[in-house]
Design a protein around this ligand. Sequence first.
Ligand code: ADP
Length: 377
Amino acid sequence: MAIQTVLLVEDDATLSEVVGSMLTLAGYRAVVIAEHALIPYAIASSRPRCVIMDGELSASGQNRSWADAAAIRRVYPEIPVLMMTADRAALAEAQARHSTRSRAAGFAGFITKPFGVEAFLATLSTALETGAPPSEPVASAAAAIFPDLGRPMADLPPEVHLFDTVVHELRQPLTVIRGQLQLGRRHIGRDADRVQTAIDLSIAQVDRMTRLLGDVLDSARLAANALEMRTERLDLAEVVAAAIRTHEDGDRQRITFKWPHGPVPVTGDADRITQILDNLLSNAIKYSEPELPIEVTLTAQRAEVELRVADHGVGIPADELAGLFTPFYRASTAMSVAGTGLGLHISKRLAERQGGRLWLEASSGAGSVFALALPIA
Ligand code: ADP
């Protein structure tokens, strides 16, 4: 089943870490933000299935969560909002729904602090199963609080995307690493296999963070035209075959490769071409079911060699193609899979820096074909 994202709005660092780790270990993707002001960006970029917010009332009896919950309900009625609170008065008001603000907020469930892990997860899964609470009129004053809510991703300032995405994508593996190290430490001297798994999972997360940092750096260097290229004559068939080998998993051959007999000479930077191929192949793998084949073909045209990577996966909806190849672009069909939306942007720029092109040739619910052209040597 697809991994479900839960957005947690919590300014207490310890609590957000604990809840974040708990959600991750329970199989959710946890997105944690400390600032209420970031809610619209976090929803737009991570498309959560549920939002959890603290619900304490201030001394003056105010809390932003009520208005935030109402604003979310207005724009995303399908996303249930849970209130997490130790404040008995706030809880009673929210549950009774006697006040205007509690009806407008329409919290779909309540987590009372201190909470037990099982009760917390049960409340969350009930909210996810039952979906949105019954609709009630939303106070218009509350609805005005987030003019950004519901705004298309493309309209948001790029630096907000960058910050939000990088922080989130680094925090997520850190949460997993921390959880695994704690688990591993508990099993030292008792269960060597469990310790080994914890180490392996942690290393995989460190690799993920390294990849993200590499992508952010490449993206910045490409934007400043400061990326070094070592262009030479090389055999593209050999580079492609090597890239495919690194993506093969076990004995079953999922990726097939067809190319004209003999070497296919192009000019380019072997490492950068491999980087493009890695992105196209890992996307084909990520966005399709594991039993479905992936076909790679090379054909020589007049002045160019064309490479195609075809998969039979989720595809990209036709009405979402506008932002493809821009930084942080992610289609709605990709939301259950981890990603940053940087790979295709970087790949296209890398292809162009080598005198080539990268484009989406076809995409539908039956799969996608990405194509790369490089100049013949
Ligand atoms: P990431 O995979 O990290 O999100 P990319 O830049 O590689 O970033 O891809 C951007 C988006 O393009 C993906 O999030 C996904 O929506 C879409 N995409 C890319 N490749 C494919 C594919 N083979 N099938 C379906 N969607 C794809």
